[in-house]
Design a protein around this ligand. Structure first.
Ligand SMILES: Nc1ncnc2c1ncn2[C@@H]1O[C@H](COP(=O)(O)OP(=O)(O)OP(=O)(O)O)[C@@H](O)[C@H]1O
Length: 283
């Protein structure tokens, strides 16, 4: 689509992150979940889960429906609170379990600070229907980040060019295809200059052709920046191309974690093999 660099207040790929990308190893514990449990009623959704993600790492979460993948992303957005355990981003806690077992939610100011570094793109694009494309992308940078209108518009136009929609800035969402709307949603997420981008089944609602366009944009994002990405997807080829590591979930636990070539070509767990076969059979 375009080879433009993501020029966050610019985040070019650093030597360390490109080394991490090559080796599939993480260099630090930028995001860390420790002993996280969550139940809804009797349904145990996350079961004493611990894992971490390195700075600039691209991690794909796979697994059967209901295995807890989206819950992980929603916890990072502080939309869902764990019952127990600790979540840390960099040096900041989102949720912190004290020694006595009680869960100390971080202060509002603290959560705002951490949340300001994370954006999420959802399966449904959730654009503002009454705003043109450009304003959809500039709204939060102006009102949340405090950018000037000129600065926000300049950046929004760059990003809309990058997602192949530089000529649709004046359109309303209803005048765009689903794939185009999702690309606006990606531009809108990137306009917040996030350190962490969460992608939740962003192509599930799209026809294969439109999904491919969206995935191409995300490949460009992954290639040209060192944004840390956590991605829930059934698009296995995309996961293979983009991820450093794939985590296989089952019943609220990670049952296998490995670089994509390993997990897709030589899955060790029988449950992973069965899951991958079922996904292949669907596509
Ligand atoms: N707010 C909620 N209230 C009650 N149950 C919930 C809530 N959110 C999630 N769940 C349940 O938690 C379980 C895990 O959901 P989650 O969305 O994390 O799974 P998932 O692995 O992302 O699945 P899918 O691939 O279908 O999106 C499911 O059984 C779901 O019904």
């Amino acid at each position: 689509m375009t080879g433009d660099k993501i020029e966050k207040g610019n985040k070019p790929m650093t030597e360390a992150s490109s080394a991490a990308a090559e080796t599939g190893t993480k260099q630090d514990d930028f995001i860390r979940f420790d002993d996280i449990s969550k139940r809804f009623g009797k349904n145990v959704v996350l079961d004493d889960l611990s894992f971490s993600v390195g700075t600039g790492e691209r991690v794909t979460l796979i697994g059967p429906s209901g295995s807890g993948k989206t819950t992980i992303l929603r916890m990072l957005m502080t939309l869902i609170k764990p019952d127990s355990g600790t979540i840390r981003v960099g040096d900041d806690y989102l949720f912190h379990e004290k020694r006595n077992g009680s869960l100390a939610p971080a202060s509002e100011a603290h959560i705002r600070k951490v949340r300001g570094r994370i954006t999420m793109v959802f399966q449904q694009y959730n654009l503002f229907p009454n705003m043109r494309v450009l304003r959809n992308v500039t709204e939060a940078p102006i009102h949340v980040l405090g950018k000037s209108k000129d600065e926000a518009e300049e950046r929004a136009k760059e990003l809309l060019d990058m997602v192949g929609l530089g000529d649709r800035v004046s359109a309303y969402p209803s005048q765009l295809s689903g794939g185009q709307q999702q690309r606006v949603a990606i531009a809108r997420a990137l306009a917040m200059d996030p350190d962490i981008l969460l992608l939740d089944e962003v192509t599930s609602a799209l026809d294969p052709e439109l999904a491919a366009e969206v995935l191409d944009v995300l490949r460009d994002v992954a290639k040209s920046s060192d944004i840390t990405m956590l991605c829930v997807t059934h698009a296995m080829k995309f996961a293979r191309d983009v991820s450093n590591r794939v985590l296989m979930f089952d019943a609220g636990r990670i049952i296998e974690a490995a670089p994509p070539a390993e997990i897709f070509d030589e899955p060790k767990q029988e449950r992973t093999q069965r899951f991958l076969q079922s996904v292949l059979a669907e596509s």
